[in-house]
Each structure stands twice: as structure tokens, then as C-alpha cells.
Design a binder for this molecule. Sequence first.
Ligand code: SF4
Length: 259
Amino acid sequence: MTRGLVFNIQRYSIHDGTGIRTIVFLKGCPLKCPWCSNPESQGSVRTSVWMKNGAEESLGKWMSVDDVLHEVEKNEIFYRTSNGGVTLSGGEVLMQADFAAELLKEVKALGINTAIETTGALPLKQIRKVLHYTDQVLFDLKIMNPDKARQIIGEKIGMIKQNFEEALNSTARVIPRVPLIPGYTTPLENLRQIGNYVTGLGIEEIHILPFHQYGSSKYHYLKRSYHLKDTPLLKQEEINTIKEFFESAHIKTVVSGLG
Ligand code: SF4
């Protein structure tokens, strides 16, 4: 049976898809977002370590589909009573697309709603493996200028759009999500490009995820510098202005939590 490298399983989430959900975090991500709140997931799919409280702690555990199912089934009652389910996150889920597809298939076979969080930063064949078993796709749109996207986070915008449009052509419900990172994704021109792109595709709902500092201590454990440590959180008025900006383009805008 295929095994996947999982670095966390988080229960009772209400931000990553409908209802109450269990989030399974898969290790590995090809991008390098400077604001990443899961920097331990970046890089190739392999176990690693960090130093926490003076002791070495390993990151990532190889699990079979059955191992993960055993964990997620414990909360089945919450999924059924809240229209919730299981969300695969990361890292970048598509780095482990074969494992993700097998897991999503089995979760769906149990009658549990499935979701993925993705940036779509891998070739199209990866997302095609999982879409058939996915009810909701929470798709991050970050920096739309191709040069800036490549330089800052290592993202190829052409590939992101291909993946996004592939998801839209599937049976899954697709929600574009914009992390609001001051100076990176919040410049008006970037928001305008995102708005134009999604409205051009007929999308009527977007989620915005205000910047937070929850992952900052992880950089310390990894002995890496965190370049956004002095970046202030957005004020409520700034978040409202961005919400109003999208809503003026007739896009229902939901303020959500950053995954
Ligand atoms: S895509 Fe997500 S996991 Fe990957 S570097 Fe960016 S924020 Fe981190």
C-alpha cells in the first residue's frame, strides 16, 4: 500500500472547507513563500528534524492510507453533524499526489466529504490524480505578476492557472483563497489581477486570509531567519477595504483563517 509522509493531523478545524474538519498535513512543497507558516513542510518529501526546547524532534511520519483513515475516522460524528470532513493540506498536497488520491478515494468511500488545499504548483498530471476524489478545492492565488511570482515564491503563474482551470472543469467546488500578506499579495494591482482573473472565469466567491504570525517560532526551531517577523498584522479597516474591493467586483468575499 502507498505510504505518505504526514507532518501533522489537526482536528476540529473550521477554516479549511465546510463544517468541522480534520486536516492532514502532507510534507513537501516546491515553493518558498517568505510568509510560510509551515516552513517545516518545504522542500522535497523526506523526514527532517528541528530543535525544540533543547531536544531534536523529528518532523514527518510515514503513514499508510489505513493509518490515516484510522485517525480521521475518530471524528466522523463531527463531520456528519456539521457538514464537515477531511482536508488534505501541506506543504503542497500535489507533491504526494498518488498517496493523496488513494487516501481521498478511501475517505470518500466512507461517505466523508473531502477537500484539498493546494497552490497548484506542479504539472497538471498531479492534480488530475486527485480531482476525481475531491469535493472541495481550496486553491491559493498569491502573486499574479509572473516575474514577481517566480522571484519571490518560485511559482510559475502559467502552471498555476492551468491547474486552477483544470479544477474548475472538475466536479469539485473550487474556492480561490488569497493570503493577505502585506507588501506581497496586498498591493492593489495584484488584487485587481486576481479579481479580473476569477471574474473572467465566472467565479462568484473568494476567501481572503489575513496575515498572521503563528508560524514564526518554527523558523527559530529550524534555525532559519524569518523575514516577516516585524511585519505588522493588517488592521481590521485594511481587511474591510480589501473585502469591499472584491465585493465591488460582485465577488462574495469571506474573511477566513490562514491555513
Ligand atoms: S505554498 Fe504553502 S507550504 Fe508551500 S511555501 Fe508557500 S505557504 Fe509554505
